[in-house]
Design a protein around this ligand. Structure first.
Ligand SMILES: C=CC1=C(C)c2cc3[nH]c(cc4nc(cc5[nH]c(cc1n2)c(C)c5CCC(=O)O)C(CCC(=O)O)=C4C)c(C)c3C=C
Ligand SMILES: [Fe+2]
Length: 452
């Protein structure tokens, strides 16, 4: 069944991607800019309103890639800053913002594109997305705690006084088996698209633009989104074969987004530091969770459903009803046993057992080959966006790690927490004569208020 997110804006079918330059609400769409050398080489596949031609605005109160409909593919990269210069960090964020604004609208990374420009210089775009439509690409940037304070406590870029209280070091959770090479990072870039080549192209070109300032620390490829972020999307399935994302916070639930996802202005007044720059932002929690696929596949259907607390076919709670029926945790069956077991995942993750908190989940399946025993190295790359991880993630993870029956089949192998600043408001972008965003000191960039 095709997904048709309500707020997606298909690019005009059949036009070359270079004709599509709109950056969102307040910005002009410069049509038919043929000959400006700003786009990909050839037109995409014939006119279509498929997910391929979709674009999401780069500008807005919040960064895209959070409450926008979850695409099918992910490529996420955590970076370590290698420069000691604050100005270079700013310059990097300016370059990244410009490139991201262009790529998400179906343009090449630089104004010349992959096959024009000075012949003796490398092309300003690597080229592997040249003939492809934008595929709903979103690029979301975030900052790790280590950018504010180094492991030795050093104020690396004069940002320590801006460290939000919520950007904590995540505690060690029971049964964590984290690989340092898959954990942490100064910066994160989440690229989501309906075509993996588009997501990989985005990270590759951003990584190239980081040369000399930052290097990739770890990356994760994901496929088959494991959540819905819009009521218009069907609920997908994770690698345990269960529907995942049924009770997720959805884009249409604007008051739930305000309560559980976006950082309110009041958060800054509770901080001893000046964290006002995070108002309207969110916190991205990433956990690479390996799933023990082989033993799971030898487990009875009864046991699988009891561990999750929902049935496998429809995703309905074991207390009865259909997929979107609220679970009844008081319902009991034969012998007075609760229909949804006390160690069932959906019970322990439900707001009723977590002080009312919810989270916007945006995770993906992953399969990274196999280990030396032939077991799949596969699982769920869990991503959640929350207003404050101290209230909206850490207590729930502690509870799940201690008591969730599913934990017998899970191993957390990577982790990251990042402060995702708000978006760049429409109309604030400085455009060049050809309608493309410029890299100038006057152009806004993602996270600009942090450096103000
Ligand atoms: C700390 C937060 C969570 C982790 C880690 C997590 C891992 C995880 N979850 C599944 C499968 C399912 N999760 C479901 C619901 C659900 N999970 C969380 C949180 C974490 N999950 C929440 C907040 C919820 C919603 C609870 C509610 O409000 O009812 C479900 C049921 C369908 C759904 O609502 O999405 C499934 C299935 C796996 C396999 C997994 C680790 C690999
Ligand atoms: Fe879950």
């Amino acid at each position: 069944m095709p997904d048709t997110p309500p707020d997606a804006s298909p690019a005009p079918g059949g036009l070359s991607r270079r004709a599509v330059l709109g950056l969102g609400g307040g910005l002009a769409v410069v049509g038919a800019a043929v000959g400006l050398g700003v786009g990909r080489l050839t037109a995409p596949e014939p006119a279509s309103t498929s997910s391929g031609t979709r674009t999401y605005p780069f500008t807005g109160a919040h960064q895209a890639g959070i409450a926008t409909p979850a695409q099918d593919r992910l490529y996420l990269a955590a970076f370590d800053l290698t420069t000691s210069s604050r100005d270079e960090v700013v310059a990097l964020l300016q370059r990244w913002t410009t490139i991201a604004a262009r790529l998400t609208q179906g343009l090449s990374a630089g104004p010349y594109g992959p096959a024009s420009g000075p012949y003796d210089a490398p092309p300003d775009d690597t080229g592997e997305a040249a003939d492809l439509p934008p595929a709903g690409l979103t690029i979301t940037f975030g900052f790790g705690r280590s950018m504010f304070v180094g492991s030795d406590g050093a104020d690396r870029y004069g940002l320590a006084s801006r460290l939000p209280g919520a950007l904590v070091d995540l505690p060690h959770f029971p049964a964590d088996n984290l690989d340092p090479a898959r954990t942490g990072g100064d910066l994160v870039v989440q690229a989501c698209a309906d075509d993996p080549q588009i997501a990989v192209h985005a990270i590759r070109n951003l990584s190239r633009a980081a040369f000399g300032s930052a290097t990739i620390r770890w990356t994760q490829l994901g496929y088959g989104r494991t959540s819905s972020t819009s009521t218009a999307q069907r609920t997908p399935r994770n690698l345990f074969g269960f529907k995942d994302g049924t009770a997720n916070v959805k884009a249409e639930e604007t008051s739930a987004l305000d309560e559980h996802v976006w950082v309110p202005a009041s958060a800054a007044s509770a901080d001893s530091t000046d964290s006002r720059w995070m108002t309207g932002g969110s916190y991205l929690v990433a956990r690479r969770i390996r799933m023990r696929i082989e033993p799971w596949d030898r487990t009875s259907l009864r046991e699988q459903e009891n561990l999750v607390g929902r049935n496998k076919g429809e995703g309905a709670p074991l207390s009865g009803g259909t997929e979107f029926t609220e679970p009844d945790f008081t319902a009991s069956g034969r012998g007075g046993q609760p229909l949804i077991a006390t160690n069932a995942h959906v019970r322990l993750a439900h707001p009723d057992f977590n002080a009312g908190v919810r989270m916007l989940r945006r995770g993906y399946n992953f399969t990274d080959g196999n280990d030396s025993l032939g077991r799949l190295d596969a699982g769920l790359f869990f991503i959640a966006f929350v207003t404050d991880p101290r209230t909206h993630y850490i207590p729930m993870q502690n509870q799940l790690s201690k008591s969730d029956g599913l934990m017998e089949y899970l191993e957390h192998t990577g982790s990251g927490l990042f402060a995702v600043p708000p978006g760049i408001e429409d109309g604030h972008f400085v455009l060049g004569a050809d309608g493309t965003p410029l890299t100038t000191r006057h152009s806004p960039f993602v996270g600009q208020d942090l450096f103000a």
